[in-house]
Design a protein around this ligand. Structure first.
Ligand code: ADP
Ligand code: GN1
Ligand code: MG
Length: 364
């Protein structure tokens, strides 16, 4: 569908005149546009049509993001020489007093200041960037630890609850709505074989040994924006910031930031977890969180990348069997290709698990 981006832009109280809008980024969930303004000295913007099939309650979601961004802005703005337009994600209010609008089709839209001159990485090529990314995620968690007020709204209930995800998978497999189950025998066997081991963090959470904290929950490495000198600038994609376990954030960033290939690499021999990137990321992460994490959290940190890679394989496979209802795909068997890439990555992690544990032990 063609959207009238100019008209949508003008529903927000933005500084600057609409010049042009074009699709931007490689996110799997929303439709994202870069809005350019005519004036050299005015900001550009990110305008997003929100996926309200994935996120069922947009006003509550936006309320979370308002609280989180205001809190971060308060902390970052008092740091000498901070550059708040690039280091803080800032929502633009709409003319009717919200942080979103609905169009005549019932679609929800929101707008942020465009973070100028940023770089983002789908694949990480140096330990320095991995360290910087780890530090940024650790800092994000630390800065949000004292968010005042009621608990954040759970924008997607049970988002990283692998037990629930396994139940959903089994149901989808049984119903086989797209007639694809027979194409996934090996992948399904791989997933089911590991199901008990992958429930450990949640079990420890239920027993109260791993605390529920405020977490990002979608720390794909490309959600960390970098500046021109490859220093981390800002963490974006705050839709899933809500109560969770620190492990999800640590694990998902390693899943994407220590993989030698893309998340959906078709050539499986290119996929490996690079232990040097893992070590660098973990070093950066622990430099910010060492004093926050309890001993059980630390003990199980090395397991988190395996868990998150497993969960992602499970989610892609479920979506493939379900007929591609969740993730945006770019070709017919994309979700199967993504599943296979994640399985390959998980095998690589399994082969290096001893070293992964040793590294965390040394770092903490
Ligand atoms: P999705 O949930 O679909 O991944 P994101 O919120 O991550 O959506 O946005 C998609 C992409 O848009 C990001 O990967 C990033 O490239 C870009 N983006 C998002 N917010 C901003 C921003 N404030 N400034 C610059 N780029 C942004
Ligand atoms: C989605 O929104 P994006 O593209 O950063 C997904 C993540 C997955 C990721 C896999 C809300 O992230 O959970 O890990 O795709 N986000 C949601 O690439 O489901
Ligand atoms: Mg994203």
């Amino acid at each position: 569908m063609e959207h009238d981006l100019k008209k949508l832009f003008e529903c927000f109280i933005a500084d600057g005149t609409y010049l042009a809008g074009e699709p931007f980024g490689s996110g799997h969930i929303h439709e994202t546009f870069h809005i350019k303004t005519s004036e050299q000295d005015k900001d550009d913007y990110i305008l997003q049509k929100l996926n309200n099939k994935v996120f069922r309650n947009i006003p509550e979601l936006q309320d979370n993001i308002e609280r989180v961004t205001v809190h971060l802005l308060g902390k970052i703005s008092v740091i000498p020489d901070s550059d708040i337009k690039r280091q803080c994600l800032q929502l633009i209010p709409s003319r009717d007093g919200n942080s979103w609008i609905t169009d005549s089709y019932g679609n929800y839209w929101r707008m942020f200041i465009f973070i100028r001159n940023h770089k983002s990485y789908d694949i990480v090529d140096s330990p320095d960037k991995a360290f910087e990314g780890g530090k940024a995620i650790g800092r994000f968690q630390a800065l949000l630890a004292d968010l005042p007020g009621k608990p954040l709204f759970e924008t997607i209930p049970n988002f990283h609850n692998v037990e629930r995800r396994l139940d959903a998978f089994k149901k989808t497999l049984e119903n086989d709505p797209a007639g694809r189950a027979s194409k996934t025998i090996d992948e399904t066997e791989f997933i089911l074989k590991r199901s008990d081991d992958m429930k450990i963090i949640h079990k420890l959470g239920r027993e109260g040994k791993i605390p529920v904290r405020i977490t990002h929950n979608d720390t794909k490495f490309n959600n960390i924006l970098f500046d021109e000198n490859d220093r981390s600038l800002c963490i974006i994609d705050l839709d899933t910031v809500m109560p969770g376990y620190f492990h999800s954030d640590f694990g998902d960033a390693i899943r994407t930031g220590a993989n030698t290939a893309a998340e959906d690499e078709p050539e499986l021999s290119k996929i490996k977890m690079d232990i040097n990137l893992y070590e660098a990321y973990a070093g950066g992460y622990l430099s910010e969180t060492r004093d926050i994490l309890n001993s059980v959290e630390k003990e199980h940190l090395a397991l988190a990348p395996l868990l998150m890679t497993y969960e992602q394989a499970l989610r892609f496979l479920t979506d493939y069997i379900d007929g591609d209802t969740y993730y945006r795909i770019h070709h017919e068997h994309h979700n199967l290709q993504r599943t296979r890439a994640q399985i390959r990555l998980l095998k690589s992690m399994e082969g290096q698990f001893k070293d992964m544990k040793r590294i965390i032990k040394e770092l903490v």
